[in-house]
Ligand binder design. Structure first.
Ligand SMILES: Nc1ncnc2c1ncn2[C@@H]1O[C@H](COP(=O)(O)OP(=O)(O)OP(=O)(O)O)[C@@H](O)[C@H]1O
Ligand SMILES: [Mg+2]
Length: 292
């Protein structure tokens, strides 16, 4: 079964889509077979990379099939090994559909065990920056959640109350049985400015979750850098955009560090040269590390 990582936060604009897309691009460049699922009703991940094959259906079919999609739901990006389920729900229809289903929190988890998803090594699910049934379903589908946090007072406070509140709410379901327990939540400090204030907030965040049963702050810190927006504009993974600049904080180094922290079995694996093709040459198999 693939390793499933969902990108969640109850705050918008913290970097979920940026990190999901770039991690997906890097893992695919390692040779892993990656499926990126855009579970945000505002389809940002769907547009992040160019698509060379667009399937007839997307997220709606995955969800409304009850998590066992048989239809043509998988699009292919121009990058080898990187496929996409695009978001096709511009309105609140899918949330409303989910609200009527008693099993709504388990639907995407069921989809992760479906034959459609089985061929992938890693699935990355991007969500919207607000609490909703779709986001909760994506959270419950994950082996681990990654929650980018900007080191400013508002973001840190929203993380500590909103996002952790959502995690606590989900885990109350565990009263009904262990299979209802969510994965752990990994906070990822993103867009870190080199200021005393940012450093202090990052330190407070780390301190606050030491010894927490379900929450951990990742060692990797993504600095604030123009490369992330520039690579998104160029529609290429940021490690590739920054390929020639292998100094300490370059996106090349930082994204490799993040991938290695999440998947220690990939430590010292480097992205190969970019390959654009119809691609489906996954190597198969990745051991869980931080995601275990
Ligand atoms: N490390 C970074 N350095 C500089 N800019 C960044 C960084 N990470 C993200 N950004 C920028 O921040 C903006 C918001 O990022 P992104 O869209 O990924 O956030 P999001 O959490 O997915 O937002 P939403 O909740 O609206 O889906 C984008 O313009 C992106 O380019
Ligand atoms: Mg987003």
């Amino acid at each position: 079964m693939p390793v499933v990582i969902s990108f969640v936060s109850t705050k918008g604009g913290v970097g979920k889509t940026t990190v999901a897309a770039n991690l997906g691009g890097l893992l695919a460049a390692f040779g892993l077979k990656v499926l990126a699922i855009d579970a945000d009703v505002q389809p940002s991940l769907s547009k992040f990379f160019p698509v060379h094959y667009r399937s007839s259906q997307g997220l709606t079919a995955v969800v409304t099939s009850g998590g066992n999609p048989s239809a043509d739901c998988i699009s292919r990006t121009i990058f080898s090994n990187l496929d996409l389920v695009y978001s096709d729900t511009p309105d609140a229809a899918l949330q409303a559909w989910l609200n009527r289903r008693e099993d709504r929190l388990m639907i995407l988890r069921r989809a992760m065990r479906s034959p459609l998803v089985a061929p992938y090594d890693v699935v990355l699910i991007d969500t919207q920056g607000a609490v909703g049934e779709l986001q909760k379903s994506a959270a419950m589908a994950a082996d681990v959640m990654v929650s980018p946090v900007r080191p400013d007072a508002l973001s840190a406070s929203e993380f500590a109350t909103g996002t952790i509140g959502m995690l606590d709410e989900l885990n109350r379901l565990a009263d009904f049985g262990e299979s209802f327990r969510s994965g752990d939540l990994l906070a990822l400090i993103n867009a870190h400015e080199r200021t005393t204030n940012a450093r202090a907030l990052a330190a407070v965040l780390r301190q606050r979750f030491v010894g927490h049963a379900k929450v951990r702050v990742l060692h990797t810190v993504i600095p604030s850098a123009a490369a992330y927006a520039a690579a998104a504009t160029a529609r290429i993974p940021v490690h590739d955009f920054d390929r020639r600049r292998r100094f300490g904080n370059s996106a090349w180094n930082v994204m490799h560090g993040l991938a290695w922290e999440l998947f220690p079995s990939l430590a010292n694996v480097y992205a190969g040269a970019p390959q654009c093709s119809t691609g489906d040459t996954g190597t198969g198999g990745v051991q869980q590390g931080a995601v275990a």
